[in-house]
Ligand binder design. Structure first.
Ligand code: F6P
Length: 550
């Protein structure tokens, strides 16, 4: 008997009917009808204040969404994750990024063994290493102090630490700069290394598998760069450390496993910044700040694990996202940080969300009959406002958006921050309220325009409104609030994966392209197309090979 898809449940069908009754509702009317709406649809957790009242939802919508969450046993899945059960069923692995930041040290067992001692052991090694590098005790091969750290990794071994390092730039010291190289395009490595001194540069090769083509290619070229300059292969020991689960491959690359920081197969790449993959973060801001990041995430974890679904911030955000994706027909989700230092958050969440929930079959392998992961995208405000907000305001599709900002900036410069945040509040208000034709017309007439022209222009100056947003406001972007924010999104993704019945923790979809690239690389290197390609790919490849020879 095949398992029931979520769209076949009564709860899903009730939501479909509910959408039909709500789709014509105006949010501005919902606010007018309920003066307490903003207060009842807000909550504060771990330093993050969420106002979700500017959504096209009512209390009934929330009741029905929670009925759906109960129907799919969201609470049970949360418990299974937190208890170390192998919920990544296609790889038969537990999913325990939450253990990496389990600051309570509550025992969490995988196959009967508490993982906390091993986690704490790696954290202690990281702390000691970070202390040595930052104090200048760890020296390069020629005895000089390390001034630059280059993290070589891709996907989860890059996006998380890169995003967090940018977000926590105000906490960094000038004396140790951290760089990130991910793309196998040689330009990335060449441009990063330009101007760096090999004698004072430390490389972190970050790869869970230590087989990823991009990372191993960049690591090899970085090693060549170092050895060409220092002329002694023993220099690798002082200039290369590794973060991986694969000690054998690390040793084969020539890195002493004493300089390797391990993690475990139950840490997914896109959920790994809390593990030793966070080493560049700890080097950049110091271990204590890294620990604060873990604490912020832990506070959100405890909330997600224990709070009632009705008061559960990640669950609510996840369910509201389901509401738009599956009932209102939204296809994308915008992440709009009003904080320049969160500029990499949208890219980070693209991997987090799209690699997790971009799935077309359920955990049991049954094809889904509904939309799963949305396209996640975004840019920091106000740059986004001058680029793509036009479409969010007046385009034909609904784009739910998260606005994220802080009360205080780390760089209070004149009235920059009030101006910046005035835009945050104005945009969410405009998206919700819109402007009716009559309002646009009255404004134009009041400004003295002649009636015919005003009647024409009012069509263009009408805003449909009813465009949903969540507002996330924190006092200040600190390691703690950032940790909570990232964990919030991780659990939002998890919630949605549970509703859709997919395994959010594998990523088989990236394999096929990788396999074909290996075949094609061999053909390029041989200068001859031999494999069975489609006519388009064959012609492109032949053209590429021909022009490379010129
Ligand atoms: O893109 C696929 C992927 O497996 C990601 O999930 C992962 O974060 C990335 O490649 C890098 O993998 P690794 O850390 O093993 O080099």
């Amino acid at each position: 008997m095949s398992p029931v898809l979520v769209n076949q449940t009564l709860q899903w069908q009730a939501l479909q009917r509910h959408w039909e009754t709500l789709r014509a509702q105006r949010m501005r009317d919902l606010f007018a009808a309920d003066p307490k709406r903003a207060a009842t649809m807000s909550l504060t957790v771990a330093g993050l204040h969420l106002d979700y009242s500017k959504n096209l939802i009512t209390q009934e919508t929330l009741d029905r969404l929670i009925d759906l969450a109960e129907a799919v046993d969201l609470k049970g899945w949360i418990d299974r994750m937190f208890n170390g059960e192998p919920i990544n069923n296609t790889e038969d692995r537990a999913v325990l990024h939450i253990a990496l930041r389990n600051r309570s040290n509550r025992p969490i067992r995988v196959e009967g063994e508490d993982v906390m001692p091993a986690i704490n052991g790696v954290l202690a090694r990281m702390e000691s290493f970070v202390g040595r590098v930052r104090s200048g005790d760890w020296r390069g091969h020629t005895g000089e102090r390390i001034t630059d750290v280059v993290n070589i990794g891709i996907g989860g071994s890059n996006l998380g630490p890169k995003m967090v390092c940018a977000a926590l730039a105000p906490y960094q010291t000038e004396s140790l700069r951290v760089h990130f190289v991910s793309n196998v395009d040689g330009t990335h490595l060449v441009e990063t290394l330009r101007g760096l001194n090999p004698a004072t540069t430390l490389f972190i090769v970050a790869s869970k598998t230590f087989t990823t083509q991009e990372t191993m290619t960049n690591a090899g070229s970085a090693r060549d760069w170092l050895l060409t300059a220092l002329g002694d292969s023993s220099a690798v020991a002082r200039h290369f450390v590794a973060v991986s689960t694969n000690a054998e491959k690390v040793a084969a690359f020539g890195i002493d496993t004493a300089n390797m920081f391990g993690f475990w197969d139950w840490v997914g790449g896109r959920y790994s910044l809390w593990s030793a993959i966070g080493l560049p973060i700890a080097l950049a801001v110091g271990f204590d700040r890294f620990a604060e990041l873990l604490e912020g995430a832990h506070a959100m974890d405890e909330h997600f694990r224990t709070a009632d679904l009705r008061e559960n911030m990640p669950a609510l955000l996840g369910l509201i996202g389901v509401w738009y994706a599956n009932f209102a027909g939204a296809r994308t989700h915008a992440v709009l940080p009003y904080d320049q230092s969160l500029r990499y958050l949208p890219a980070y969440l693209q991997q987090g969300d799209m690699e997790s929930n971009g799935k077309g079959v359920t955990r049991e392998g049954v094809a889904v009959e509904y939309t799963t992961g949305p396209v996640v995208w975004g840019e920091p405000g106000t740059d986004g406002q001058h680029a793509f907000y036009q479409l969010i305001h007046q385009g034909t599709q609904m784009i739910p958006a998260d606005f994220i900002g802080a009360v205080h900036s780390h760089n209070e410069l004149g009235d920059h921050h009030p101006k910046f945040m005035a835009n945050f509040f104005a945009q969410t208000e405009a998206l919700m309220r819109g402007r009716t034709y009559d309002e646009a017309l009255s404004e134009l007439l009041a400004a003295g325009m002649d009636e015919e022209q005003a009647r024409f222009l009012a069509h263009h100056r009408t805003f449909p409104g009813n465009r949903p947003t969540n507002s996330l406001l924190m006092e200040r972007l600190t390691p703690h609030t950032l940790g909570a924010l990232i964990a919030l999104y991780e659990h939002r993704i998890f919630t949605q994966g549970v509703v859709w019945g997919v395994n959010s923790f594998d990523q088989w979809g990236v394999e096929l392209g990788k396999q074909l690239a290996n075949v094609i690389l061999a053909e390029i290197q041989a200068g001859k197309v031999t494999a069975d390609h489609d006519p388009s790919t064959r012609a492109l490849l032949e053209r590429f090979i021909r022009q490379r020879k010129l």
